[in-house]
Design a protein around this ligand. Structure first.
Ligand code: SF4
Ligand code: SF4
Length: 246
């Protein structure tokens, strides 16, 4: 995203809408004395929130026509932009963002997701790669339909395409499914590698209930001294199971 300094009236209204607090540099043109705002384009994730807020009355805010690899930023940060490969907007697979209704995560397995970055912080792909490479050493298989996996040069090692490593996004999700008995070793690696990255991330564990109504990952998390925070989504009209349990 950019600001056309010749159109900017220096009102500062858009600064309140930036998801990363990134529109903050107020400048004065040396010749005319005109006050205008700037966007640090290297830090901007092209989420489009400032533009969609329609707050700029002088139409100074504009999204340039960016080329690859810069386009990765909007693909992951702007919910209205579809990934060209998956035709799904956003950060992970469709099920990650609604309900797991496809039967992909079977009993005895757990879906694990590392949600890298957050509003106000974001994430660069070199940090995403650090986490993915640590997990790949365990031999986990990254979800092939996830757009983050699609950016890996080698999904076996978790290595990403070199040209995107410095690209910054609001958030992206590393996804995998592992047998329940492998969850402790995966979680231990996640906890260790968390100290090696410069961005925040949260960990999601997705599983089917046991037949007695208990949650299979709860005892695993408790044994590792992780905080357990069960969460569920009831999406009316969106949560219809697309499969029938055998
Ligand atoms: S809202 Fe528009 S005019 Fe006001 S500071 Fe932002 S870009 Fe400039
Ligand atoms: S596109 Fe997003 S990150 Fe960039 S300046 Fe606008 S609100 Fe901030």
């Amino acid at each position: 995203m950019r600001i056309d300094k010749h159109k900017c009236a220096g009102c500062g209204q858009c600064t309140e809408y930036c998801t990363l607090g990134n529109i903050s540099s107020c400048r004065r043109d040396k010749t005319s004395g005109w006050l205008y705002y700037e966007i640090d384009e290297d830090e901007c994730v092209d989420c489009g929130v400032c533009l969609r807020a329609k707050i700029c009355r002088t139409t100074a805010l504009f999204m340039p026509k960016y080329e690859w690899p810069r386009t990765v930023r909007a693909n992951f940060s702007d919910p209205l932009v579809e990934h060209p490969e998956t035709k799904v907007p956003g950060r992970g697979t469709e099920e990650m963002k609604t309900n797991e209704v496809t039967g992909r995560i079977k009993r005895g397995y757990v879906g694990i997701a590392c949600e890298m970055g957050r509003p106000a912080v974001g994430a660069r792909f070199y940090d995403v790669q650090t986490v993915a490479m640590a997990l790949a050493k365990l031999g986990v298989e990254f979800e092939p339909r996830n757009p983050c996996t699609g950016l890996m040069a080698d999904a076996k090692t978790g290595r990403f395409k070199t040209e995107i490593l410095n690209e910054k996004v609001l958030s992206t999700i590393i996804e995998m499914i592992v047998p329940l008995e492998r969850a402790p070793e995966v979680l231990k690696v996640i906890r260790t590698v968390a100290g090696e990255v410069g961005c925040v991330f949260s960990v999601d564990l997705i599983s089917r209930f046991n037949k007695d109504g208990s949650i299979p990952v709860t005892p695993i998390l408790k044994s590792l001294d992780w905080t357990v925070s069960p969460n569920g989504k009831l999406n009316t009209g969106m949560g219809r199971p697309l499969f029938r349990e055998a």
